[in-house]
Each structure stands twice: as C-alpha cells, then as structure tokens.
Ligand binder design. Structure first.
Ligand code: SAM
Length: 439
C-alpha cells in the first residue's frame, strides 16, 4: 500500500489550458495525481499528463494505492551506445509528435535495443537530445538500473516489450492509433503497466500508443501475424482458455435424455471434457477432433477416438448416431462441410446439439482483460473480413494462441441445417444453444 499525494479540484469544464495549469501544479507540488471534478464527470490528471475518467472515486483511490512502483538505481554497468544513431533517427522521424509541450515537458518516448540493454529518452525531458541507457530492469526487486539519468517513467514496460526478440525499437506517442487493440490504463512506472502483451503494437486507454518496430524499423501489428494456428497441447489449452471452462459441458448434455445404449458423438471434443460427461451416460461414445495435441487419452478412456477433420470423417463413416454434440466449435466447420452428408450421420429423430455466440463482433478490436488465479489474461477479437473473426488469446505466463473462425448468423444456421433438422433455439445472453432433431 502506497499513500498517494493528491488534491481534488472543482472546475466548470476541462479545457487544454486548465489541463496545462493543473499539470504545472501537479509537478510543482510533487503530487502523484490531481482529481478534476466537473459538474458531470470526474477525471484523474496523471504524471504523464493523461486524463483518465473516474467512475467511482473511492474505488479509484483504493486502486491507486495498490499499485507497485519501480525505483531507479544508478549503476556503473557498461553502457552500449552502438545504436545511438538509430535512436536519433527515430527522434527525428517522430519529432513532430514528440514536441508537444505541457508545462515545459515533452511527452512520449523512444527506445532502441543496444547491447544487453536499451537507449531511451529521460524522465521529465525538456529536450529531445537527452538520453540515458537502461542496463537492466529487475522485475523481482522492481528496480530499474540506469547509467546516468533517470529513464522515462515507462522503462519497465519498455524492458518487457524488448523481451520479445522481434522488437528492436519502440516508439511511444501520446496519441491513439485507430486499428490497434486498446488496453486498460495503469499508471506508468508500475508493475501493472509493465506486463502488457508484447507481440504487437497497441494503445493504452486515454494515454497513447506503443509502436513496436522490428529490425527494419517496420511496425509490428497483429494484422501481420498468422492467425490461423493449430490448437495447442491440451494442457496449454486448458491454462490459456481457462475462462471458457466456466461453461460446463453438462449445460448441453442435460438438455436431452441419453439412454445407456445410445450411440453418441462429441464433435471437436478438445480436451475431452464433454466426452467425459457423455461417458457417465453411455459406454457408446465417440470423440472426434482433428488436432492430435488436444487429445487427452487419459480422461476419455472408453471412448472411440477419431483424430480427423469432421469434413473427412462424415464422407466415409457408415455410423448412425442418436446424439451429437459440438461445444464451442461449430464456427470452425459448418460453412465448409457438405451438410447433407453431415446430417446423414444421425438416425431419424437423432439430435445434434451445439452452442455458439450470437452477436457479430465489432469490426474494431474488442479487448477483454481479466485475472484468474492471479494470472493476467488478454483476449482480442475482431472481424478480419465480412464473415471471418480472428481471436487472440494471451496469458502472461505462456505462449499466445491465434485462431480464426466464421461468424454464422442465426438465419444462416437455419438455412443450412433447417432442410435436414427441426431446430429449437435457446438464447442465454450472448450464447445460443441449438437443438436440432433429424427429420
Ligand atoms: C474451441 S475448441 C473447443 C473444444 C471443446 N469442444 C470444448 O468446448 O472445450 C475447438 C476445437 O475444435 C477442433 N476443430 C476445429 N476445426 C475442426 C474440424 N474441422 N474437425 C475436427 N476438429 C476441429 C480444434 O482442434 C479444437 O480442439
């Protein structure tokens, strides 16, 4: 817990001039922040001269006290200035955006890898020619090691972004880039601000953008990363997609009465959680998934395992099922399967049950940030084109997973499946469950 030094000020409305004046006051009084209250809204003016909207004052103050801050240590470590010319070429390139002054200070920062550390702009800079060398950021002791002047407040975040070997330079500007994912605001120089996803460029709400540049100084964005990856090893999948396991497989299975002799299939079974529930009902269970790494043979003992894309399986099989389930996976295959052939794997009166999301994601990046068991997660989804959704699943302690699947509208489900099945739909918030009975 760190006591915060701040003042609450009542104003009529926020203008640029007011922001400038109170920023001066913040610096002169060495405040951590200033709260500006207008008749309608409440804002926090931060040390980086950012205005962050406050919804609940008590909660906000409590959160501000919880942040973990880094301190700076001046060391005698060796400095490597090999890439100083690149540093200055970037200063030159982004000079216009970096030259906006507030109470004499310049905002934004540049950093370039050099040796084992990085060259970067200094804290509270009044001149773009000033630089310092960060030789190390110790995340355990929350300490930034510099060789001469204190580095820009966000040095720990820069160090974390450089952990990605593809990142050679970073440009931080106090403006938002339209097509980047936008993450929640945390004060610069805190641990919470320093553990952002580091694969591609991003924005921080109300604050600004972080351009991650590769060796050729090209901006790395999520749009140029291959998002059609295979599914990972099931243990990594279970960790990475923990949130999705809150939806119990029983929710689907309990919708129908399965007898002990019924023949059932779990389509796109993943780690086998739904197969497990089915095995409690009948011993005649088939599990199908195209990804070998997803199959956990220990948990689905007793089931027939088919490691094949569904599209191929339905073409060859002679099996007829009483029930088929597909949990959180139909958007991968319905548009690319011959639906008649698929429908033929069911007995007349047999039921195919699946769940799916029912809202088309926004074209823009939708970002969801949350913590489960003290581990930070970030999800980014967006429409790649008219009907393709890309999804990036990120967890702070493991490899991210990129995947893409189709958006299928309720009308399209009805059109594709309605010819062969009677369809009943149960809507629950953003999810719809379809119970399809073979005609
Ligand atoms: C989001 S996971 C869902 C897994 C599981 N049903 C669950 O709810 O936990 C999607 C699964 O579908 C599998 N999959 C995707 N397309 C497939 C296809 N055409 N045929 C078979 N499996 C497929 C993937 O390998 C992955 O295991």
């Amino acid at each position: 817990m760190r006591e915060q030094k701040y003042e609450v000020i009542y104003i009529k409305k926020i203008t640029n001039k007011i922001k400038q004046n109170y920023y001066k006051k913040l610096i002169e009084n060495k405040y951590d922040f200033i709260v500006l209250k207008t008749p309608k809204n409440m804002w926090c003016l931060t040390k980086e001269c950012t205005l962050v909207q406050i919804n609940n004052f008590e909660e906000f103050i409590k959160n501000m006290q919880k942040y973990t801050y880094f301190t700076t240590k001046i060391t005698q470590n060796e400095q490597n200035l090999d890439n100083l010319d690149i540093f200055f070429s970037l200063i030159h390139k982004y000079q216009k955006q970096l030259s906006k002054r507030y109470f004499n200070f310049l905002f934004g920062s540049i950093a370039v890898k050099s040796g084992n550390g990085f060259i970067t702009t200094i804290r509270g800079k009044k001149d773009l020619n000033d630089y310092t060398y960060v030789s190390n950021v110790d995340f355990k002791n929350k300490e930034i090691e510099v060789l001469n002047k204190k580095a820009t407040l966000n040095a720990p975040l820069l160090a974390h972004l450089f952990d990605n070997n593809n990142v050679f330079a970073i440009v931080h500007l106090h403006e938002l880039y339209k097509h980047f994912p936008t993450y929640d605001y945390h004060p610069a120089g805190t641990l919470e601000d320093s553990i952002r996803p580091n694969m591609f460029s991003f924005n921080i709400k109300s604050h600004g953008t972080y351009l991650l540049l590769d060796k050729d100084l090209k901006i790395i964005t999520h749009k140029n990363i291959d998002t059609n990856q295979k599914y990972p090893y099931y243990k990594d999948y279970e960790h990475l997609y923990k949130r999705f396991f809150k939806r119990d497989s029983k929710e689907l299975v309990d919708l129908v009465d399965i007898n002990k002799d019924d023949k059932v299939i779990d389509i796109c079974g993943g780690n086998g959680r739904l197969t497990n529930v089915l095995l409690e009902k009948t011993s005649n269970v088939t599990y199908l998934d195209q990804e070998k790494d997803m199959i956990n043979k220990n948990t689905i003992q007793g089931a027939t395992i088919i490691n094949q894309p569904l599209q191929e399986f339905v073409k060859k099989t002679k099996e007829k099922y009483d029930f088929g389930f597909c949990q959180q996976a139909i958007n991968y295959w319905l548009n690319t399967i011959d639906v008649k052939t698929f429908a033929n794997i069911f007995k007349p009166g047999g039921k195919f049950i699946f769940n799916t999301f029912n809202k088309k994601p926004n074209k823009k990046n939708f970002v969801k940030e949350y913590t489960i068991d003290n581990i930070n997660y970030t999800e980014i989804s967006y429409m790649k084109n008219k009907n393709t959704i890309q999804h990036i699943q990120i967890c702070e302690d493991s490899m991210p997973h990129f995947t893409q699947f189709d958006y299928i509208s309720p009308n399209r489900y009805k059109k594709l499946l309605g010819k062969y099945f009677e369809i009943e739909i149960i809507n629950k918030n953003n999810t719809s469950i379809y119970i399809c009975t073979r005609r």
